[in-house]
Design a protein around this ligand. Structure first.
Ligand SMILES: C[S@@+](CC[C@H](N)C(=O)[O-])C[C@H]1O[C@@H](n2cnc3c(N)ncnc32)[C@H](O)[C@@H]1O
Length: 278
């Protein structure tokens, strides 16, 4: 695991309060990578990532799901609307909670998708009450990842699944240049640490879960950052960000760093499914 001790939780919250509108303008309702099968449009690719994870996790109608780090509610609304699940989304950002609540209303699923503004590191669900803990690109922001997985495993019913997509540090051993690239990504994207594939498997198995699927999606998703870099340049988003909040510029300036990290193996993108023993 590579750590960046300077990241602060209030800065993460501030980032999502300020930048959610920009994410929507730049990328649509999901704040996660696209998953490309071929040359699909970016919004199609973003939707495909959600669908791929739902498929990998074997989501079934009527299941009860917690969507940890729910962003604008893109996954939660999809799972409620198209899979008939009951979803509780959790986000650190009060702005995102309101946005996601409106998205559920507009999607006609406010009865099945609800949202909490809480910290995933302290939020609680009843023990054994969930079929699925779903988290797409949020665990990167958590300060104590092993503790989160231990707590979240306890929320699952026997046979329940954990479905995680995460940015990863590359496989050990990393060169010092690769470690620096991961550190720079952590700093630019407000991640207190990035774990490797092995770290994630270890945290989940230590939490009493059985890994059922571990997939490397790096080559399917990395195109995201070429598109974001080019769109930011074309739309003048860097200049806009410098007026609104110059502290956000580091984020935009590290798109290329992240792309390079994927291309050199300094970083990977992983999909993990783990099951609580029946
Ligand atoms: C990259 S976005 C992913 C959003 C969403 N999962 C998606 O795929 O569209 C990261 C999300 O994690 C949330 N987040 C970060 N730290 C969190 C924490 N400690 N507790 C709850 N949510 C957190 C942010 O508010 C944001 O919604």
């Amino acid at each position: 695991m590579i750590s960046c001790p300077d990241v602060r939780k209030d800065v993460i919250r501030q980032h999502y309060n300020i930048s959610t509108l920009f994410y929507w303008l730049l990328w649509g309702r999901h704040i996660h990578h696209g998953y490309w099968e071929a040359n699909e449009a970016p919004q199609v690719a973003a939707q495909q990532l959600t669908e791929r994870l739902a498929l990998a996790a074997g989501i079934q109608g009527g299941e009860r799901i917690a969507d940890i780090g729910c962003g604008m509610g893109g996954s939660s609304v999809h799972l409620a609307k198209h899979q008939g699940c009951t979803v509780t989304g959790v986000t650190l950002s009060p702005f995102q909670r309101r946005w996601a609540t409106c998205a559920a209303m507009l999607g006609g699923v406010s009865g099945r998708a609800s949202f909490l503004c809480q910290d995933a590191e302290t939020t609680q669900f009843d023990p054994g009450s969930l079929d699925v803990v779903w988290s797409v690109e949020c665990t990167e922001h958590l300060f104590d990842k092993p503790a989160f997985f231990k707590r979240a495993a306890g929320w699952l019913k026997p046979g329940g699944r954990m479905a995680i997509c995460a940015w990863l540090a590359g496989d050990d051993p990393l060169s010092s240049a690769a470690e620096k690239a991961v550190y720079d990504v952590c700093e630019g994207f407000f991640c207190p640490s990035l774990g490797s594939e092995r770290d994630y498997c270890g945290w989940m198995t230590d939490a009493g879960l059985r890994m059922t699927s571990v997939q490397d999606w790096t080559s399917r998703v990395s195109r995201t950052w070429e598109i974001c870099r080019d769109r930011c340049q074309k739309l003048g988003i860097r200049r806009l960000a410098s007026w609104i909040d110059p502290d956000q510029l580091i984020f935009i300036d590290r798109f290329q760093t992240l792309l390079d990290a994927y291309n050199t193996g300094a970083m990977k993108y992983g999909c993990f499914i783990a099951e609580r023993q029946p």
